[in-house]
Write a protein that binds this ligand. Structure first.
Ligand SMILES: C[S@@+](CC[C@H](N)C(=O)[O-])C[C@H]1O[C@@H](n2cnc3c(N)ncnc32)[C@H](O)[C@@H]1O
Length: 271
């Protein structure tokens, strides 16, 4: 399998990004995976970010344990603080790189990962490492982007489509793959898992408060240095064009017919 070499995490760990991640829940974002969990399980969440999904999983594995890993130390601090705030004692968070997990072979009953693999230049290598730390018979759950299948309303909105196109180009330039979703069934099978399910679902912004919030979010996301600055550094666009996208996002968020469904593919595999 041909894999790219250079890798740089696109999204940044700026507050605006964290605001998107802290809207996530296991009820929605891990619904494909939670039926496989049992209360006593020892579960690993790779690329846990601020830990919202991990801590929901900890409540399902209530007599077991959740370990969240992330390469970024600020995420570990946030996730640990959120665990304390929620009074959750069966979750711990550790700084680590998914390519070199600091755990022995056959440690976990289940491994989960949400929107990490699309940022990996070597997805099969990362997923193989997840497999290494799973016990034989252990369960892997991955949910990740299939960005070219997002649904934008109104369908012909030029600037929202343009913003999405530029963002996807930036992810690719940083070594990631915003369309890794449709490749996941093949990758997990290739690295040795038995594929138990492959499904698709969306994160939808449609109701007035949600889509207004998302328009504002796009507006400020495109102002961030790791997004706007990096796009310009790579010669993908200009400051003027970014401003046009930002203005359009604000107008779109409050316009009739504004709708955004972010497309994801979900796979469950068994070691
Ligand atoms: C888009 S966030 C997803 C966070 C969380 N899973 C969620 O869905 O809300 C991806 C996270 O993966 C982390 N990450 C990126 N590359 C990584 C790597 N090689 N090893 C470990 N974590 C990584 C980033 O720091 C970031 O917090």
């Amino acid at each position: 399998m041909a894999e790219k070499r250079e890798e740089r995490y696109t999204m940044s760990h700026e507050q605006r990004m964290i605001e998107l991640l802290t809207r996530r829940t296991a009820k929605h974002n891990a619904a494909f995976f939670t039926p496989h969990l049992r209360p006593s399980m020892n579960v690993l969440d790779c690329g846990c970010g601020p830990g919202n999904i991990s801590l929901d999983l900890a409540q399902i594995a209530s007599s077991g344990h959740i370990t969240g890993i992330d390469m970024e130390v600020s995420q570990i601090s946030m996730a640990s603080a959120e665990a304390a705030k929620r009074g959750i004692t069966n979750a711990t968070f550790t700084q680590a790189n998914v390519y070199e997990l600091p755990f022995a072979d056959n440690t976990f009953d289940a491994v989960f990962t949400h929107t990490l693999v699309s940022h990996l230049a070597e997805p099969a290598k990362g997923i193989s490492e997840m497999r290494r730390v799973l016990k034989p018979g252990g369960i892997l759950g991955i949910r990740d982007l299939q960005f070219s299948n997002n649904i934008v309303g109104p369908r012909d909105h030029p600037m929202i489509g343009e913003g999405a196109r530029l963002f996807a180009e930036l992810m690719r330039a940083n070594g990631g793959d915003p369309d890794v979703g449709h490749k996941l069934p093949s990758i997990v099978s290739t690295v040795g898992f038995t594929l138990l399910s492959a499904t698709s679902s969306s994160d939808v912004f449609a109701l007035p408060d949600d889509i207004d919030w998302f328009g504002q979010w796009i507006n400020s996301f495109f102002a961030l240095a790791p997004i706007a600055g990096r796009m310009m550094e790579l010669g993908l666009t200009t400051a003027e064009h970014i401003e046009e996208i930002q203005d359009a996002a604000l107008e779109w968020g409050v316009a009739p017919g504004a709708f955004f469904a972010m497309c994801f593919v979900e796979v469950v595999g068994k070691k």
